[in-house]
Write a protein that binds this ligand. Structure first.
Ligand code: GTP
Ligand code: MG
Length: 690
């Protein structure tokens, strides 16, 4: 592949709701441009960018992947992002690494929650964008309805620059509103060939309406043009395109195009508009997040936005250059890890295929395999001009699950595999909780976890399954009690003797443990008293109701006895343990359950259902208020009740709701919860004994 100058590169993220048709579109664009040899399909598992076994099997995208379409002496880097919100991190990475976006809409649907999410990110990044209404050949496809939906729910700045001739099965042509030309398609042509035909009679009226709309929108972005237009003069095509591009770059206009990727209708026009209307890296300012973090003036700034671990190859690093050119075999400095990395076999990605290139110019996107110490979100620079870019703010993990291996002995492999998967996917985290004796994973939802388990098995040979995460309950005391702990053993030789009297009492929540030494007259020698304290603390770690740490209490040692020969520290520690076990059950122990501060954002129409669901989870609603178009609900809910909340909220709000969790603290659990947790603990203990 030839080397493209910065001005001849377009970095475009294809984003939108799940199943909108992004992957099929990217495949068709690469094919119609001639850069990819095959016109693939989702059904056959042959698309350019859904090439992993998981994607082929599930028939939807999971990972961000890059393809290329060379068109009009320009190289278009096509970043195909998955639409499902479980993989929003991938779409985020695509948008942060592109200079523009094509938002894909399904002609039978319209604006959906995934569309709104990526639109918000585009807004945040001030990304110029095009809208593409795909799947126009499908039954029930309706261009006008999609456009109305877009105006009402996405943005009034969207203006069609093309309209279809016919909807659904009738769809067979596209009218360009800038040129007035109509492209008529013949069924069965392979790569978007068309004939220039006369504008069909039936379309004239809507053409006039949309044409006027478009020209007015364009004229409004430029005073001179507006004057000319209002003065009744015709605007030339060159003038219109120039002004339109300006409007697109400024975010004033979002052109809407239309087509069918399966039939390849409209692909050539879209390629042309991408080249004509979207910015090259030179025209796109270095994004604020990249520039403000020290990149200014540096000779080289690159950012790693994706790591793919490929069978037989190892890690493949995808990166975007912001400043500076690089040549194959050259060394760059990875500032985050403080290592020099040699870029051997510098390449560009055409789907899974890596095509070697001698050089990449500033602004381009490339890939390189087998780097030693480079991970997603790292920066490439020169050693004498170190740069650290702000990492891409991936969406926060909202779901938690426990995970266990199916085969004993695979625990170490599990941890190693999870670590590797985290490096590949920054929206995925894991930890081992020694208190709960459980590995916990955090991610975007169940679909995400399913993929993680699949990868664990395929790549690391670890067979694991999801389990309910254990809850870190606590215990405490509500009453006072006192009693003895006496440890005495006489078995030949030297014996063991420790004896203490202890009073236990509650302390305020969160104030911890306190030991009071009230021994007088040396009934327990000073040197053994710390051992009593340690024994009590050790015993309290395992509670008295359900094996959870007993917290916030006071232990006062006020009496005891000792033996000149047989007493030692061990014996007094045992006495402390026995005293705790004897007294704590009499001091009204209770179970404490962890609570979460829950914040939910939902469209008002689902408010009742969301609150109802929170109440059914023993939640206490603190209040609601409005935040933009959404209603915010604040509640306190026991952690044990929040398992799989992501899935429930998704279905209750049709995917529109989001939420955030914070630790709130502990509160006494109701008796039925206590009984259940205690019973589970008994069962566990019995299982461990067996
Ligand atoms: N009839 C018709 N079907 C299409 C067209 N484009 C895509 N499809 C079908 O729509 C489904 C979804 O297409 P994809 O390309 O996987 O959509 P996507 O937006 O990449 O989906 P995710 O990656 O999962 O978000 C597949 O079954 C495609 O075959 C089209 O132009 N016409
Ligand atoms: Mg896809």
């Amino acid at each position: 592949m030839r080397v493209y100058d910065s001005s001849a590169v377009r970095n475009v993220a294809f984003v939108g709701h799940g199943a909108a048709g992004k992957t099929t579109l990217v495949d068709a664009l690469a094919f119609v441009s001639g850069s990819s040899k095959r016109h693939g399909s989702i059904q056959d598992g042959t698309t350019l960018t859904d090439y992993s076994a998981d994607e082929i099997e599930r028939k939807h995208s999971i990972s961000l992947a890059v393809g290329i379409a060379e068109w009009m002496d320009t190289k278009i880097n096509l970043l195909d992002a998955p639409g499902y919100l479980d993989f929003l991190g991938e779409a985020t990475a695509a948008l942060y690494s592109a200079d523009a976006a094509v938002i894909v809409l399904n002609a039978t649907g319209g604006v959906e929650v995934g569309t709104e999410k990526v639109w918000e990110i585009c807004d945040r990044l001030h990304l110029p964008r095009l809208l593409f209404v795909s799947q126009m050949d499908r039954e029930r496809a309706q261009f006008e309805r999609v456009f109305d939906d877009v105006k009402a729910h996405l943005s009034p700045k969207v203006v069609p620059v093309e309209i279809p001739v016919g909807n659904g099965a009738e769809f067979h042509g596209i009218v360009n509103l800038l040129t007035g030309e109509t492209h008529g398609y013949r069924k069965g042509t392979k790569s978007g060939e068309y004939d220039a035909v006369a504008q069909p009679e039936g379309i004239k009226e809507s053409y006039a309406k949309y044409h006027e709309q478009l020209v007015e929108a364009i004229a409004a972005t430029d005073d001179e043009l507006l004057e000319k237009y209002l003065g009744g003069a015709e605007l030339s095509r060159a003038e219109i395109v120039r002004a339109l591009k300006k409007g697109v770059l400024a975010g004033e206009i979002v052109p809407m195009l239309v087509g069918s990727s399966i039939l390849t209708y409209g692909m050539r026009a879209l390629l042309t508009e991408i080249v004509d209307l979207l910015p090259s890296p030179l025209e796109a300012p270095i994004p604020g997040w990249a520039e403000s973090s020290g990149g200014e003036g540096a000779p080289l700034v690159g950012h790693v936005f994706k790591t793919i671990s490929e069978p037989h190859v190892g890690d493949v690093t995808l990166f975007r250059l912001y400043r500076g050119d690089i040549r194959t075999g050259e060394e760059v400095w990875n500032n985050e890890h403080g290592v020099a990395e040699k870029l051997n076999h510098l390449s560009v990605q055409q789907g899974k295929e890596r095509i070697e290139v001698p050089e990449l110019k500033a602004g381009d996107i490339g890939s390189v395999a087998k780097l030693r110490d480079t991970h997603t979100n790292d920066t490439f620079c020169r050693k004498d001009h170190p740069v650290h870019l702000t990492p891409i703010p991936y969406p926060e993990a909202v779901a938690t699950s426990g995970v266990v291996v199916k085969t004993r002995g695979e625990e170490d492999k599990l941890a190693a595999g999870l670590h590797k998967l985290h490096e590949e996917d920054p929206t995925f985290h894991f930890e081992y909780s020694s208190e709960l004796r459980q590995t916990l994973i955090h991610g975007m939802g169940e679909r995400h976890f399913e993929i993680i388990l699949g990868r664990l098995e395929k790549k690391f040979g670890v067979h694991a399954e999801l389990v309910r995460p254990r809850v870190a309950y606590r215990e405490t005391l509500k009453g006072r009690a006192e009693g003895q702990g006496k440890h005495k053993k006489q078995s030949g030789g030297r014996g063991q003797y420790g004896d203490c009297w202890v009073r236990l009492a509650p302390r305020p929540r969160g104030s911890g443990y306190e030991f009071i030494d009230s021994i007088v007259g040396g009934v327990i020698p000073n040197k053994y008293i710390p051992a009593v304290d340690r024994g009590i603390q050790e015993a309290s770690e395992r509670g008295v109701i359900a094996g959870f740490p007993l917290v916030d209490f006071q232990a006062e040692c006020f009496d005891g006895s000792y033996h000149d020969v047989d007493s030692n520290e061990m014996s007094f520690k045992m006495a402390g343990i026995l005293a705790f076990r004897n007294v704590a059950p009499k001091a009204r122990p209770v179970l404490l359950e962890p609570l979460l501060d829950v914040t939910v954002w939902t469209p008002g129409e689902f408010l009742g259902d969301v609150m109802g669901d929170l109440s059914s989870r023993r939640g206490q609603i603190l209040g609601t208020d409005s935040e933009g178009r959404l209603t915010r609900i604040r509640a306190i809910v026991p952690e044990a009740e929040m398992y799989k909340y992501a899935t429930t909220l998704h279905s209750v709000t049709h995917g529109r709701g989001t939420f955030h969790l914070d630790h709130h603290g502990y509160a006494e659990a109701p008796p039925e919860v206590t009984a259940k947790v205690a019973a589970e603990h008994k069962k566990d203990e019995k299982a461990e004994e067996d």
